[in-house]
Design a protein around this ligand. Structure first.
Ligand SMILES: [Zn+2]
Ligand SMILES: [Zn+2]
Length: 476
């Protein structure tokens, strides 16, 4: 089935699908604007205008013109991007990525338990005769395509699902009670396998090596950090990754230079005093009062110490003391989260949260212990896009979807463990829209109603493949 026909059939059959938990702050396009992106009629008439032709969903699947010769894309041109798009939107790739996404969606696995997902990926890699190393970080895979020599560029997908009960009724609904791919990682894996297929077909054009990383445990457990520890970034000089987003219509690609996603950490403090009768408070050491003072003082860190131009958050979300109305308790346990967009601000917040709680406790003769769960890997540094890598994504996206379908997005307070890669090598993270009002793919990531528009899959595959091949072309 060619791409326009596929799109029409998807729209007619009202196939479902998914998104991301970081809301874009940009206005959501109206339904009319959406139709301009997904209206299939422009695919069925005479050759569309160049403005429309730029629209992904209307792009012809005929071979690139002028044809790419065996000398490859010595100098990258729009024809090279169109050749990749032609492969991505061909019936074989479309069917492959859709089937893989549906299989993984129906069989979700949580962090570090992605054994069947990983096996499915390795089976596909075997079928395509693509070499790989396994396991990294328990279930992760490092595959490679190309010359085997430098430069090495990496593209990454996350594999884990969430502990959520799917509320969407459809043919490929999760078969596992209480587990669901509600963030689109099933789509990310399918896109990366689609890219692998395209890149394998074009392997003789590659001027270096593409490394494909399938990683576990993005949602919990810092899978990226463990992948790096197991050699995922060996020789790699740049890395890219995509996330689906319900805030933009299918066919839109978005990113930004610099800070894109916040660093995220959690804290839990135990403030200890001395239990005693509430009617005689002078015989006790009151941790309720100490903890209350600490909560108030924590609010002063961002409002009085942080540069107002540097967005930061400290939120106390939990406060638990005694349960006897006539007794002052021994201890109070409080906790919360903190966010910042630079490593300096992020680790400064961590330090000050600890100091404020410990010092405020001591003012009221209490002691305090503060835990940041570093051992449980709940700290995610900020995700910062390298300016040059962002520019590379922007160039590729504009070639694929046209300038009007690329958006510079605002930074968001959500977090991503891709940040660990971005701390090691130049990196860029970008979004691809999945919003389609007709299909109902309007729900935020981590919602039990999360749905994606599967038309995004070949576009994601094309974006990955073009980013990687063009990077090698321009740096090899
Ligand atoms: Zn998520
Ligand atoms: Zn996610």
């Amino acid at each position: 089935m060619d791409f326009p026909r596929l799109l029409v059939s998807l729209l007619i059959s009202n196939v479902f699908f998914s998104v991301l938990f970081f809301p874009f702050a940009e206005p959501i396009p109206s339904a009319d604007e959406d139709r301009s992106i997904i209206n299939p009629s422009c695919c069925l008439g005479p050759k569309p205008s160049s403005a429309v032709r730029k629209n992904w969903t209307c792009r012809s699947v005929t071979p690139a013109s002028p044809p790419i010769t065996d000398s490859g894309c010595a100098v990258w041109s729009e024809a090279c991007s169109e050749a990749v798009l032609g492969l991505a939107s061909g019936p074989e790739t479309v069917e492959l990525v859709r089937n893989i996404r549906r299989k993984i969606h129906a069989n979700p696995e949580l962090a570090f338990e992605e054994f069947e997902t990983s096996k499915l990926i390795r089976d596909e890699l075997d079928r395509m005769e693509i070499s790989y190393k396994y396991p990294l970080a328990t279930t992760g895979i490092r595959a490679w395509i190309g010359t085997g020599g430098p430069p090495f560029v990496a593209i990454r997908a996350d594999m884990d699902a969430l502990p959520i009960q799917e509320a969407v009724e459809w043919e490929h609904k999760s078969k596992v009670a209480g587990k669901m791919h509600a963030c689109g990682h099933d789509a990310h894996v399918a896109m990366l396998i689609g890219a692998a297929k395209i890149l394998k077909t074009r392997e003789h054009f590659l001027k270096g090596t593409v490394v494909l990383l399938f990683q576990p445990a993005e949602e919990a457990g810092n899978g990226a950090k463990r992948m790096i520890g197991d050699g995922a970034l060996e020789n790699v000089e740049a890395i890219f990754a995509v996330h689906v987003s319900h805030m933009h219509p299918t066919g839109i690609i978005g990113s930004r230079p610099g800070a894109l996603l916040a660093g995220c950490g959690f804290f839990r403090a135990v403030i200890s005093g001395q239990r005693g009768r509430a009617g005689n408070p002078h015989h006790s050491v009151d941790p309720i009062l100490a903890a209350s003072a600490a909560v108030i003082s924590l609010q002063g860190i961002v409002s009085r110490e942080a540069n107002p131009m540097d967005s930061q958050v400290v939120s106390v979300t939990s406060f638990n003391g005694g349960d006897n109305l006539d007794m002052i308790p021994d201890t109070v346990v409080l906790g919360g989260t903190f966010r910042a967009f630079s490593n300096t601000s992020f680790y400064s917040l961590l330090q000050r949260i600890k100091e404020v709680i410990v010092e405020q406790a001591s003012v009221f003769r209490c002691s305090a212990m503060v835990d940041f769960f570093e051992k449980e890997s709940t700290i995610y540094p900020p995700t910062v896009n390298d300016e040059k890598m962002y520019e590379h994504v922007r160039k590729v996206a504009i070639d694929l979807v046209g300038p009007t379908n690329f958006r510079v997005v605002p930074p968001m307070m959500g977090a991503e463990d891709f940040s660990f890669y971005s701390q090691v090598v130049p990196a860029a993270f970008f979004y691809v829209g999945i919003r389609n009002e007709t299909l109902g793919s309007i729900h935020t990531g981590h919602s039990p109603y999360f749905i994606i528009d599967e038309d995004v899959l070949p576009l994601g595959a094309a974006a990955h493949a073009t980013i990687a091949e063009r990077y090698l072309n321009e740096h090899g």
